[in-house]
Design a protein around this ligand. Structure first.
Ligand code: 5GP
Length: 206
């Protein structure tokens, strides 16, 4: 019997690229995928549910988790703090589940660094960036979303450009032009990841 640990699938992509919709669609088609719910200090948007989309925390609650070493990584994004909890990730990987992290470029960089010192993370981590077909498409999608103030829109666009400039930090790039095509490509990648030798435990053929 071949036993596997899970893949830690780090997915980043600039605001407005359609990453959440894409991830939602992929999860519906691959129900065994698990999603790491991050902590954030930002306020919930309409329709977001605490514990499902994020754990929405006050600044002091977030800081307490930092002090207690509960995060694998945490970063400041758009004037708020975001962090990935160890409790959302490590046990799932150990029992063989693939876990998706939807985090920004800073977070991906921190996971790369963590992998240098931690063999478990090194074996598990795979990095995927979701990109728009071009900047104009991204601008149109962001301003059509209507969830941002003009100031936050400007901030998110500038952030998007600098995130995209870091695409070489990632192993794979998925272009989200057509949602169904992008979902299919992402699913193919995730299926390939289940065949990686790095996640095989022990010596099954000894
Ligand atoms: P939003 O506020 O639009 O939900 O997310 C803003 C950005 O924060 C996105 O790029 C998202 O990927 C990133 N983000 C969400 N959770 C985390 C996290 O736990 N760590 C880091 N570093 N970034 C996160």
């Amino acid at each position: 019997m071949i036993e596997r640990s899970g893949n830690l699938i780090v997915i980043s992509g600039p605001s407005g690229v359609g990453k959440s919709t894409l991830v939602k669609q992929v999860r519906a088609q691959l129900p065994s995928l698990e999603f790491s719910v991050s902590c954030t200090t930002r306020a919930p948007r309409a329709g977001e549910v605490d514990g499902r989309d994020y754990f929405f925390l006050a600044e002091d609650e977030f800081e307490a988790k930092v002090q207690q070493g509960e995060f694998i990584e945490y970063a400041g994004v758009f004037a708020h703090r975001y962090g990935t909890l160890k409790s959302e990730v490590l046990n799932r990987l150990r029992r063989g589940a693939d876990v998706i992290l939807d985090i920004d470029v800073q977070g991906a960089r921190l996971i790369r660094q963590a992998a240098l010192a931690d063999e478990e993370i090194a074996h598990a981590a795979q990095f995927i960036m979701i990109v728009p077909p071009d900047i104009a498409t991204l601008e149109a999608r962001l301003s059509g979303r209507n969830s941002e103030t003009p100031e936050s829109l400007k901030l998110r666009l500038a952030g998007a450009k600098s995130e995209l400039a870091n695409f070489r930090l990632y192993d794979y790039l998925v272009v989200n032009d057509d949602l169904d095509t992008a979902a299919e490509e992402l699913i193919s990648l995730l299926k390939c990841m289940r065949m990686r030798t790095a996640t095989i435990e022990g010596e099954p053929f000894a």
